[in-house]
Design a protein around this ligand. Sequence first.
Ligand SMILES: C[S@@+](CC[C@H](N)C(=O)[O-])C[C@H]1O[C@@H](n2cnc3c(N)ncnc32)[C@H](O)[C@@H]1O
Length: 199
Amino acid sequence: MMHPDTELRYINDQIGYGVFATKFIPKGTIVWVLDDLDQVLEPSFVEKLDPLRKQEVQKYSFRNQFGQYILCWDKARYVNHSFHATCVATMYDLELAARDIHPGEELTDDYGTLNLDEPFDCFPEAGTDRSRVMPDDLLRYYRQWDEIAAGAFEHFNHVKQPLKHLIRPEHREKLNAIMEHRMPLDSVIQLYYKPPSKK
Ligand SMILES: C[S@@+](CC[C@H](N)C(=O)[O-])C[C@H]1O[C@@H](n2cnc3c(N)ncnc32)[C@H](O)[C@@H]1O
């Protein structure tokens, strides 16, 4: 589920819709968490879908480290890509605000963390050498994303967390240990899924 202080806005005909902050969302806030209304679809199920629905699922879902397609039930499926993403992925089925997000700013992901099936040609952005998102970007940029996530986690216990109750039970103990510096943060390199054809 997406943070409650967000809304869907139409951007333009090329990009379509995106998710925008309606209130200040401080760095370290959980901006998205996997919840039990999200659909987790097996690759074999998606593979057999009719082309119309398969295309929609591929556009609006991402793949986890097991190759499953996660199709979010709410506006989370409308989060756009940016090489300067305002949200950062973690190993705990949640994303954090990578920096302070001000009202009217867009919540974006780096699609490099999403195990894309195909390279994604996005709109060019200043301040990056990247022009395409590649399915194996996690292997190239995980250190950068780990550093951003570590910085965001520093704020985790000092900001309001309206989605905290939705953190999956299997991650709660680990997250507490990380906050108390008893355990290190898991690297997002472990999110990488290698499709069987490329093994
Ligand atoms: C998960 S959807 C996001 C919601 C989408 N904007 C919409 O209104 O349906 C992903 C699609 O959004 C568009 N998109 C997202 N980020 C983009 C970017 N940085 N450059 C170009 N297109 C983008 C592409 O069409 C992409 O396939």
